[in-house]
Design a protein around this ligand. Structure first.
Ligand code: AOS
Ligand code: ZN
Ligand code: ZN
Length: 406
């Protein structure tokens, strides 16, 4: 790392009135959860490509996630998906994670890969299937108690393909019934994150199609239920940062699934194609963290940042590192926004000055800043390079081909 580059950067930020020590502290406490399913084989509906070295079981998935944390320093937890990560002994999985310096994060129930769910899970018109689906939600609460997870992260594939196929209003009630049972089973420290998606795999209607529907459920349930914004789950042109700001103000934003929307679903690397959107999302988060309303501030400080990507054609671990670094970079840039300058321009109704005050932070090169932060955190200044030099990619080849897949 060049000390000179950092000194120039420091000088520049001083002139802009930015307190770099505060920015560094924020970057050091920033955390991004990675998903267990991002380490296994995956694909599109056309083909699952098998890669060599892919984890064969949940224990190995956690080992790979621990590598990402070791090199980046900001991924101390791993989301699990049940039953993809079903094990006999969750206590053992928790211990395994702890030994590797990570922990189990959000527990994600899987209500879409069983033949019984062809016409829906919690919204199925068959009460026996609804019961089975709800019991699985309850099982996930029990797992979360053992793994020490405080997040139950929900996404439902429920929906229909044709007009008239099902009773949309009845399904809405069944959804609420199931979520209510889940809500009541949660311990007071747990949060339920409700994810929405505007289409796929159902194409005519999806039971939780947008943030408003997820918000409505979360509001009916109570304080421990919040909305999860998956950046990939919006129609083209949607202003995602507006949704973020709105939910923050309602104290109903719970977390993110980061990915890139250039896909029917969401499995491309976050920030690869539209880093400005990611930056603007963080701008809203950082702005809310300074809100005079204490509850809005707390909401903004208590967000679960998670990656939701399953890379099909990229090697899994470096693709995850790339994703995490992209998120960190945009967060770093957003921390450099001169919020006072933006607010002054807003008061003056100076449109161009306001837009400029936001954009100028995006245009800064934060490489020297991130390098210093990494040095101070004791992680490699270039995590990607360090991964390729570590030999881990060769080491895992002994696992062979045909590992776990979704
Ligand atoms: C699906 O589209 C959602 O993004 C979910 O978060 C899902 O559980 C995850 O992608 C794993 O399949
Ligand atoms: Zn998601
Ligand atoms: Zn998705």
């Amino acid at each position: 790392m060049s000390d000179k580059a950092y000194r120039v950067f420091e000088e520049q930020q001083k002139e802009r009135g930015i307190d770099l020590e505060k920015v560094k502290a924020k970057l050091k406490s920033f955390k991004v959860e990675t998903p267990s399913w991002g380490y296994g084989d995956s694909g599109t509906r056309f083909k699952v490509f098998k890669q060599a070295g892919v984890p064969r079981n949940p224990f190995e998935k956690i080992e790979d996630a621990a590598q990402v944390h070791r090199l980046t320093g900001i991924c101390p937890s791993v989301a699990v998906h049940i039953p993809w990560d079903k094990v006999d002994d969750y206590e053992k999985l928790k211990q395994h994670a702890a030994q590797l310096g990570v922990s189990i994060g959000a527990v994600n129930p899987n209500l879409f890969q069983d033949d019984d769910y062809m016409f829906g899970s919690v919204c199925n018109s068959d009460p026996n299937i609804r019961r089975k689906a709800t019991d699985h939600l309850l099982e996930c609460v029990e797992i979360a108690k053992v793994t020490g997870s405080d997040l139950i992260s929900l996404w439902f594939a429920d929906g229909t393909n044709y007009p008239g196929q099902a009773d949309i209003r009845k399904r809405k009630h069944w959804m609420l019934e199931a979520l209510t049972e889940l809500y009541q089973a949660m311990t007071p420290d747990m949060r339920m994150l409700i994810e929405y998606k505007f289409f796929e795999p159902a194409f005519y209607h999806t039971d939780l199609a947008d943030w408003g529907m997820a918000f409505n459920m979360a509001t009916k349930l109570g304080e421990q239920a919040q909305v999860l914004v998956d950046t990939g789950h919006h129609a083209p042109g949607t202003n995602v940062e507006h949704i973020v700001a709105y939910l923050l103000d309602e104290k109903k934003l719970g977390g993110f699934h980061f990915n890139s929307r250039k896909y029917a679903d969401d499995d491309l690397i976050v920030g690869a194609m539209n880093p400005y959107e990611l930056f603007l999302i963080f701008y809203q988060m950082i702005d809310a963290a300074a809100d005079p309303d204490r509850e809005v501030r707390q909401t903004a400080e208590n967000i679960a940042y998670m990656i939701d990507q399953s890379h099909c054609i990229e090697p899994k671990i470096p693709a995850m590192i790339r994703s995490v670094l992209n998120v960190q970079t945009q967060y770093a840039k957003a921390l450099l926004i001169d919020l006072e300058k933006v607010r002054k321009a807003q008061r003056d109704q100076d449109v161009l000055a306001a837009e400029h005050a936001v954009r100028e932070a995006f245009e800064l090169d934060v490489t020297p800043l991130l390098q210093v932060v990494r040095e101070e955190m004791g992680v490699p200044v270039d995590p990607m390079k360090a991964y390729f030099a570590s030999g881990y990619a060769d080491q895992i080849l002994s696992r062979g081909k045909g590992g776990a897949s979704w």
